[in-house]
Every structure is written in structure tokens, then in C-alpha cells.
Write a protein that binds this ligand. Structure first.
Ligand code: PLP
Length: 485
């Protein structure tokens, strides 16, 4: 291997095949054995340094040796977000077809910045964006969009566009409204764009964690009186904490009346549009000016792929076209989209391929079923929790997210004790390395949160985990039995 007569950085055909087969075998057994694998890496920096820190190697090593080091030391120290018992954050169930599509995109190293370099890549991006526009009932001809690295970049791209289209160059008086449940990536985007802190209004949510309309209206009225320029509302379609959808129809009406840009962050919940239940939750989403969806969440794609959809594709080109001289020979005609003119990146990977290949291979109905089953499973979990005298549902099953806590009616625990108990349960579950169940804070309470979008997760998986939690709760009581409750 790596003999001297070859060009640098190349392998013979046979070597490439042998190496590739090994990796395919590795991935196939990963997907095959997901359920039985330890799903969480818990090592600290010191342990990782010891295992992996090394000087840059000047001389070659055998490819197998390097691969084995990666299998042994790297892949055993990362979380498996497609594992059926990974309940936390927004897991990423992923799929094998898309993983292979990524290998093709990377192997051919397809440049997806402009039309003339890779017309079919640009066309496929147009195709999948049209699929998404149709799913969300956005206008197909006028509407547009772009694939991004994820939801954060889609939100940044959206807010950059909103600022450009609504405010042109002066945004010193502009005000943006969002809720206390809005995803942090929006705040980051606002900061990146140079808005000052006093230009952001964080509107409290109501008891259902929805943006409060009255408080929103009052804030807008007050800002107008004070000479500010209300400009944009960020609504969320599926908050990360509770899956809650803000009142989109009513927010759209306010945006219309006040001439505000309506951005909807559907990074988590948007995909639920494919299911009947999700569709009813998401009513009004089609009224957004811009919409973030995140295929690497509930569309089962591997990282990285996010997406921004807009009502009018010209908004993107008006915001992002630069036409530098060194690109003048490849501009093409208007219908031939150069995606570098629709977003921030120039050089872009071929993200559309995995979305295209996986949807075409499995069929959209399989995605619908997978989404529907996650929503249903979460409702079944809610039923189990409600029937038990030990568990309390804090936020009901909504778009496959549920929040609950261990609160046995027999114990009558103080809020402080309940927080400590539920924190303890989460810590012990993670330390067991057989499930990932972390806490969040709702209404000042420490609660356990499950996001059940993984079609591999079964009700039995969850029952197992709940039983485990109950054992850890007993252990907690045993440890603390000399303290009174
Ligand atoms: C995950 C998430 C994001 C951020 O998306 P990334 O793909 O992680 O960058 C933004 N908004 C919401 C509501 C999310 O759930």
C-alpha cells in the first residue's frame, strides 16, 4: 500500500475497494446492531487526550491500522443519536441510504455552488426544495429556498434576508419579537447580524408555552409609540423544549396588519406536516415569509442538512448576489440558479443528493409513517405516565415531545426534593450508558424530557427505561432516607 510510484494521496483501485468494503461492513453492522450498542460517550478531556492526542505524523501508516484506531478509540466515544434509547435533545435517527449518498457526494466531490459547474446538482436542489415548498403549501413558482448546514444557518439566512428586504440599510430602530421558548440559534443570528440587545423583545409564553398574543400586541404598540420600527416576528413551529407550536394564524394576522416579516422556525417540528395530526398542529405555517426546516432532524437525514424556504425566491438573490469578477464567466441565465447567490456559502457540498435518494428509495409514505408513529408513540407514553401514581406529566405529548417527572403521590415531596430526585434519575440513567434521558427546566421545575422521533424506538424500550428510572428513584430514597422529605 501507498507505494512510491503512485501520485501522492492516491490508492490503487484494489486498495480503494478493500478499504471501502471494510467501511461498508462497519456501517452495516452499526445500523444492524444499534439497539445493542452502548449509546453514549462519557469521557472527559483528560481521558480523550490520553487516548487520541498525538503529534502530526509525517510518515504514512497502514490504512487498516488507522481505521482500527478510529473504530476502537473514536467511535466508542461518541453518542449514537440514532439509538432507540437516545431520547434527548432532538435525536437524529438517520438512514443508511442517505449515509451512502453522502459518500457519493463526497467521493465525487460535487461542487454545488453554481449551475454551470454541476447543473444536475443545482437542479436536484431545486427539485427537493420544490418538494418541500409543496409539502408546506408555499407557492412553487414564486417560492424558493436553499439547503444549509442546519437549522441555525437557515435561521441566520432567514433573518439576513428579512433585514435586507424589510429594512434595506438602516436598521437602527428595528425591533425583533420572539418568545422565551424560541431556539437560541435565533438569538445567535440576531447577534451575528449586529442588532443590539435593546432591539430584541422576548415575549413571555402562556401556560401552554405558546407565545402570548396579548403581550406581543402590547409590545408592538409600545414600541411604535416610542418611535421604534417593529420589523420581524420569529414564531416557532415545534419548540425544542415541549414541541409547542405558537399560534401561527394569529401571528400571521398581526404580521399582516403591522407589516412585519414572519419567520417560522420549524427546525424541529416542521416535518410533522407530513402527518395528519402534525398538519393540524401546524395550521398557518404556510403564511410565513420564511420557514426553517431541518432535514437532519425529523426527515431522518444524517448531518448536515438544514433548509430555508421563502415565499419569494427573489428575496434570496436580492440579499445574497454579489457577482464578483472572478465568477463572471459562469453566471448563466436567470432560471439556472447559482445557489451561492441564494445564501452565505460559496463552495457548498451536494446536500440535496441524500434527501433526494432517501425519499426516492423509501418513498415519501415511509417518511409519513415514521413521523406519524413517533407522534403516536409519545401519546402512548403519556397514557402510561398518567396511569401511574408515580409519574406526573408536566407538558403533554406534543409533536413527539413529552416532559414529565417522578413525583410519587405517596411521598408528598417538596419542589426542591423533586428537582434533586429527577436530576439524580437523569444522571444515573446516563451513567448506565444504556439510555440518554436528560432534564430541562419548565415552570421552574426540573423535568425529564423525551423526544421520540426515532421510528426504531418501541414502547417496550420506553417501559424498560421508566422501570430503570423507578429503580434509581428507590436508590435515591434509600440514600437519603435519614433526611426527612
Ligand atoms: C435544532 C433547532 C435549531 C438549530 O438547528 P441546528 O440544525 O442544530 O443548527 C433551531 N431551531 C429549533 C426549533 C431547533 O429545534
Amino acid at each position: 500500500m501507498l507505494n512510491k510510484t503512485q501520485a501522492p494521496l492516491t490508492l490503487t483501485k484494489e486498495e480503494m475497494q478493500q478499504y471501502g468494503y471494510k467501511i461498508v461492513d462497519l456501517l452495516a453492522s452499526h445500523f444492524e446492531n444499534l439497539n445493542s450498542e452502548k449509546l453514549v460517550g462519557l469521557s472527559d478531556r483528560k481521558q480523550m487526550d490520553k487516548l487520541l492526542k498525538q503529534p502530526v505524523p509525517n510518515e504514512p501508516s497502514s490504512p487498516d491500522k488507522v481505521l482500527n484506531e478510529v473504530i476502537k478509540n473514536v467511535l466508542s466515544n461518541v453518542d449514537y443519536l440514532a439509538h432507540p434509547k437516545f431520547y434527548s435533545f432532538v435525536p437524529s435517527p438517520s438512514n443508511y441510504i442517505s449515509a451512502m449518498a453522502d459518500a457519493i457526494a463526497s467521493g465525487f466531490n460535487v461542487f454545488s455552488g453554481n449551475w454551470s459547474t454541476s447543473p444536475a446538482a443545482a437542479e436536484l436542489e431545486i427539485v427537493v426544495i420544490n418538494w418541500l415548498l409543496e409539502m408546506f403549501n408555499f407557492p412553487i413558482v414564486e417560492g424558493g429556498g436553499i439547503l444549509t448546514s442546519g437549522g441555525s444557518m437557515a435561521n441566520l439566512t432567514a433573518l439576513t434576508t428579512a433585514r435586507r428586504i424589510k429594512l434595506k440599510n438602516d436598521y437602527s430602530k428595528a425591533i425583533i419579537y420572539l418568545s422565551d421558548q424560541t431556539h437560541s440559534s435565533n438569538i445567535k443570528a440576531i447577534r451575528v447580524l449586529g442588532f443590539k440587545k435593546h432591539q430584541v423583545r422576548i415575549i413571555p409564553t402562556d401556560m401552554e408555552f405558546k407565545l402570548s398574543l396579548n403581550k406581543l400586541k402590547n409590545a408592538i404598540a409600545k414600541d411604535k409609540l416610542e418611535g421604534y420600527q417593529p420589523f420581524c416576528i420569529i414564531a416557532t413551529a415545534g419548540t425544542t423544549n415541549t414541541g409547542t407550536v405558537d399560534p401561527l394564524e394569529e401571528i400571521a394576522a398581526i404580521c399582516k396588519k403591522e407589516n412585519l416579516w414572519m419567520h417560522v422556525d420549524g427546525a424541529f417540528g416542521g416535518a410533522a406536516i407530513l402527518s395528519d395530526k402534525g398538519k393540524s398542529y401546524l395550521k398557518g405555517i404556510e403564511k410565513a415569509d420564511s420557514l426553517t426546516v431541518d432535514p437532519h432532524k425529523w426527515f431522518f437525514q444524517p448531518y448536515e442538512i438544514g433548509c430555508l424556504l421563502v415565499k419569494n425566491h427573489k428575496w434570496l438573490s436580492k440579499t445574497f448576489s454579489e457577482n464578483p469578477v472572478y465568477l463572471r464567466d459562469i453566471e448563466g441565465n436567470e432560471s439556472e440558479i447559482n445557489f451561492y447567490d441564494h445564501g452565505i456559502q460559496l463552495t457548498r457540498g451536494f446536500r440535496a443528493l441524500k434527501f433526494f435518494m432517501s425519499i426516492k428509495t423509501f418513498g415519501l409514505n415511509a417518511f409519513k409513517d415514521a413521523i406519524q408513529s413517533g407522534i403516536q408513540l409519545t401519546e402512548n407514553v403519556e397514557e402510561i405516565l398518567r396511569e401511574s401514581p408515580k409519574w406526573e406529566v408536566v407538558s403533554p405529548a406534543t409533536l413527539a415531545i413529552i416532559n414529565f417527572r417522578y413525583n410519587p403521590i405517596t411521598h408528598n415531596l417538596s419542589e426542591e426534593k423533586l428537582d434533586a430526585l429527577n436530576q439524580y434519575i437523569s444522571k444515573r440513567v446516563i451513567a448506565s450508558r444504556s439510555a440518554v434521558l436528560v432534564t430541562t427546566i419548565l415552570l421552574d421545575q426540573v423535568v425529564l424530557r423525551m423526544c421520540l422521533i426515532n421510528p426504531r424506538t418501541t414502547l417496550d424500550d420506553i417501559k424498560d427505561t421508566l422501570t430503570m428510572c423507578e429503580q434509581f428513584a428507590d436508590e435515591y430514597f434509600e440514600k437519603n432516607k435519614y433526611e426527612n422529605n
